[in-house]
Write a protein that binds this ligand. Sequence first.
Ligand code: 26Q
Length: 808
Amino acid sequence: MPTTQFDKESIKQSIIGKLQRYNGRTLSDATNQQIYNALASTVRDQIMQKWVAYREKDKHSTAKRLYYLSVEFLTGRALHCNVLNLCSIDNYRQAMEELGIDWRAVIQEEPEPGLGNGGLGRLAACFMDSLASLSLPAMGCTIRYEYGLFRQKILNGQQVEVPDNWLENGNVWEVPAMEDVCQVNYGGRVETEEVFGRTRYVLRDYYSVEAVPYDMPVAGYDCETVDTLRMWRARSVKTMDLHSFNSGDYTRAMHEQELASVISKVLYPEDNHYEGKELRLKQHYFFTSATLQYALKDFKRRFGNDFRKIPEKMTIHINDTHPGLAIPELMRLLMDQEGLGWDEASWIVQHTVAYTNHTVLSEALEKWPEDMMRNLLPRIYMILQEINRRVCARLADHYMNGTDPRIAGMAITAYGQVHMANLCVAMSYSVNGVSQLHGDILKKETFHDYYKFSPRKFSAITNGITHRRWLMGCNEGLRDLICSAIGDGWVRDPEKLRDLLPFRDDAAFREAFAKVKYQNKVAFSNRLASHQDVKLNPDFMLDVQAKRLHEYKRQLLNALHIMVLYNRIMDDPNYTMTPRAFVFGAKASPGYYMAKQILRMIIAISKLIDRSPRAKEFLQVVFLENYCVSAAEFLIPAAELSEQLSTAGKEASGTGNMKFMMNGAVTMGTMDGANVEIAEQVGMDNIYIFGMRADTVSSLYREGTYSPMHIYESNSELRKALTQIIDGTLMPENPAALQDIYHNLLFSDPYFVLKDFGSYSMAQRRVNADYQDREKWLKMAVTNTACSGIFSSDRTIREYNEKIWHLG
Ligand code: 26Q
């Protein structure tokens, strides 16, 4: 096959040619969006060449494959990362320069695919980048939502949600794979047939939805591998099984069929919170079934009907329980479609499916009403019941008592609900947590009884982030500085970043590091000025809390502390402190009342400070509108202090914490999730740790003796700040607007905000003093970058491969 060249001159020609052919424009009258399309499709041509070659090779490969199923992939923009991974950045940049195009401006034209809420979805995207870069054969599988996570606007100090129509102008990166279109069936009833003395189960009077796959290439860094992210779109089928409908069923089925495309219409905006909506269950089954049908088809193409080989040749990894129906679906396909018996099918599933848990919050654990499952997926429900029957029988045997209370806690179906996490634990060959602490909590608490039953199934693999996007891509200044100090070995082997440690003591290096940080702050404040009309002073220390808005993440701790600082400044004319800008980035789930209240409070604090010339000398609070991957790429390189304040035991890992650290921000955090491991890496002198430890939190919950009122009574600064929530200080025009926050903190405080406040406030005092000591602060910052290599998702993926997948 002839290969096209992608040197600088060819790139220029390609862009000009595409503008002419597709837009009828010359470069000088093309819009930035047209230029983006021409540029992106040039990069796509280059990737396609590699993709075709890779797939050709892969087709004949007998190696084990990974299917990574996730209801979210929060990929962020692709253009810059693709060029980076193709190692063509210099060619493209020079070509653009010679054409007189502003490369940075053009990159911003790409609509961001917001196909995820937060940590879980972003992790899946980092994993794809690392899988490809380590040349592991993998396919990411998800839903092609027509509307991604809502865009956030702030109006009258409150969040307003705007639909995210990211496909409006087309998506350069996707290719439909029509040869793999398949059907997913819902509803109907199960009939049995006797065939050669065996009972077969057949679904009747169901309605079907067509699943259409769109593939996005994922090019590995500096290698030949191009993996695939497969996104399934739902559309209605034209024909229907008119077997034996009575007229009511027929009308209903027709109606459902017509509504098929709703399934892939929109991403649910709930993060770490479960709601038992039927459409959501339809979504989960939709992409899971389509993926398994494809995986089995591909297996048969490669190995025929030797199904016992499945565990050797593929792994189905489920990213949390959302694709957990992969378990009964694979059994269904093996039994009803391929004719295997229960024991064989069950053996295969139990050696093929691996499960990662991402949360221990009880409100996030996925459970479905049995009625809903039975009506929507009758055959799947039957299989679930049979799995449950067998699991419970084994447990009764094991405990030598059929009524042991542990059995109900471990059952797949109990009290009218299907418990997805129990299904996944019972039927997977591997269950892992996402940080060491979280892995321990799974063993000791969440899945304790299952752990006792099969301890070897459980492991902990600490999350990671791709250092390509989160350092090389988003922080070019720091990347160049690091290369000038220690060379570029860390690009392939990020743990080599440790070679930076001696440079802590090199004053010139520290100053260069500070200069990069300052430039990033300027760049961030320019972006802010152009997006939101806010002027951020880059001479202020930049303190950032950016993550979903959640009570357990305790943005309130930060907000109350700012109020206390405000009062110190206002009450004492001689008070002085290191000037600080507090930036918050956070979306609240549209239906999460408390989260929206907290968001309102933060904005109110920002306005309060803006009104006071005295407070403004030392404080600024900015609420960054529409926090998303591309906003993070500007914000994180500029940050100096990283706020990771979750109640210990609640944040499974956190990954934002790693991104900030890698970019030289110092962490202010609790001993929670991966913060524990960040502390281990940098040492206690290079991190600010405060608050209760996870075990103390657990025992406080158990005892039930916590009284926030006592703390309110004994801490006058805190008391004043709390009172200001309701006395008109924060909300002059509507003093009662935030009263629920006040009441919740005083009379319940389920996340121990007041309890940890004193310790937080003390740690913040230390930050204040340390930042004045420039040398000390910069040493801490350099140490953080230097010790961040272990948090590269390349390390994470290697660990998954060694402990769980065994690919290649
Ligand atoms: C489940 C069922 C029905 C409806 C919604 C859900 C649902 C949706 C999203 C449940 C959970 C989530 C998201 C969880 C999540 O993002 N967890 C985060 O995962 C990160 C990657 O492992 C961790 O770093 C974070 O600590 C964890 O909060």
